[in-house]
Design a protein around this ligand. Structure first.
Ligand SMILES: [Mn+2]
Length: 403
């Protein structure tokens, strides 16, 4: 339970304090929960005199992990991802570096004693109900120093941004951290007939925290290769500014132009059809936006008239051979995002059609690709550039014959 999690955090902090240097490499996710997590940890570590190098990742790709673990004697922190791959990280680390994982996704225990998997899922909490990465980071920060309680509202933004509500209300630890921010006079909760709405009190007036979360999501995803995550972390720590508003406006325009252009292309015949799948490739046309955008684009078109409701939707986007701030890295991979129409979603729920959580990871693994977050109705994986058509064929094979 939570007490055991705090105990484990204390042990990890002790080990952190025993390191013979005060340097930390911090890797965080690029959505609102990941950005708030990054902001909380950066602040908490810097207050303790650590020199923090912060990197934002869309995913903890194997190639990136491999490069990170070429080092030794370092302190490495992951937040809002990596909980499930703690065994892989343990294998890469082999006692070389102190590693802390502050995630809230489904988790596996670490197998290297120097890898501390502080994912609350391992302590009986539910990451999709009780506690976000931001709240996990907040608990960690407060365990390090109670003075970090002033970061509660940042954790609350992440909690609202990740959108896990029970009867329209935040639950458990997410709720507690938000109530703490209310006590500090930084957040206000309003009762509405669907549950609660959360507002951040700022000098410029109250801001609905769902909108605040969406603001951060756009900076982190559409702005991924254009300093959006750095701006996002700044917005978490210092609030919205004219510069952040300007960046957001630019990014929204880039997204609209790119998405409209792609819809045009699909209408002009760029959508390819196989018996059960309709697919397309945006190559590099979504640059400088990150690969989260291929999923956002599939979401946008999935119930429009351009799409056959009976076929699965698949979109490909090339992953840039670069992690901002981390340097060039040779991925040579594409991301595939898949979605389904309302019609097909109902079929999947009834068990009359194969879920994407089965179809896509199976086909991907046959081609040696990387599967991370696959759910029944939304899924994404990566494969080597050039294997796109083969992946579609493999999925058709699975649909035809089962597996
Ligand atoms: Mn999260």
């Amino acid at each position: 339970m939570i007490e055991d999690l705090i105990d484990s955090m204390e042990k990890a902090i002790q080990e952190l304090e025993q390191q013979d240097h005060r340097k930390i490499a911090l890797f965080h996710h690029n959505d609102s929960d990941g950005l708030t997590s990054g902001a909380i940890l950066e602040s908490a570590f810097e207050r303790k005199g650590f020199n923090v190098q912060r990197f934002c990742l869309e995913k903890p790709y194997p190639g990136v992990l491999k490069k990170i673990y070429e080092q030794q004697g370092q302190t490495i922190v992951f937040t809002d991802f990596a909980g499930r791959i703690a065994p892989t990280i343990s294998d890469l680390n082999q006692g070389k570096n102190l590693t802390l994982i502050l995630d809230h996704h489904v988790a596996e225990p670490a197998t290297d004693p120097r890898v501390h998997n502080l994912d609350p899922e391992l302590y009986g909490l539910k990451g999709d109900r009780d506690i976000t990465a931001s709240t996990t980071c907040y608990l960690f920060a407060c365990t390090m120093d109670a003075a970090n309680r002033d970061l509660a509202h940042i954790a609350a933004i992440g909690a609202v941004g990740d959108g896990f509500f029970v009867d329209g209300r935040l639950a458990s630890q997410n709720r507690e951290v938000t109530l703490e921010a209310v006590r500090q006079g930084k957040v206000e909760i309003k009762e509405v007939n669907t549950g609660e709405q959360y507002f951040l009190k700022t000098a410029g007036g109250q801001i609905n925290m769902e909108e605040y979360g969406a603001y951060l999501d756009t900076l982190g995803a559409a702005g991924y290769y254009k300093d959006g995550p750095d701006m996002g972390v700044r917005v978490c720590l210092e609030g919205i500014s004219p510069e952040s508003d300007q960046m957001l406006e630019n990014l929204r325009q880039i997204q609209t132009t790119a998405f409209d252009g792609e819809v045009e292309r699909l209408r002009k015949g760029a959508l390819k059809n196989t018996p059960n799948i309709q697919w397309f490739h945006v190559e590099n046309r979504f640059a400088p936006m990150g690969v989260k955008m291929i999923g956002a684009f599939c979401d946008m078109i999935k119930d429009t008239k351009d799409i056959d409701p009976k076929r699965y939707i698949a979109g490909f986007q090339i992953i840039r051979n670069e992690i901002p701030g981390f340097g060039p890295i040779q991925f040579d991979e594409v991301k595939i995002s898949m979605r389904v129409s309302k019609y097909l979603a109902d079929k999947i729920r009834l068990g009359e059609a194969m879920g994407l959580d089965v179809l896509l990871p199976e086909a991907t693994s046959r081609l040696g690709g990387f599967s991370d977050a696959c759910h029944r109705l939304t899924a994404a994986t990566t494969v080597a550039i050039g294997k796109e058509e083969e992946l579609i064929k493999e999925m058709e094979k699975i649909l035809r014959t089962g597996f």
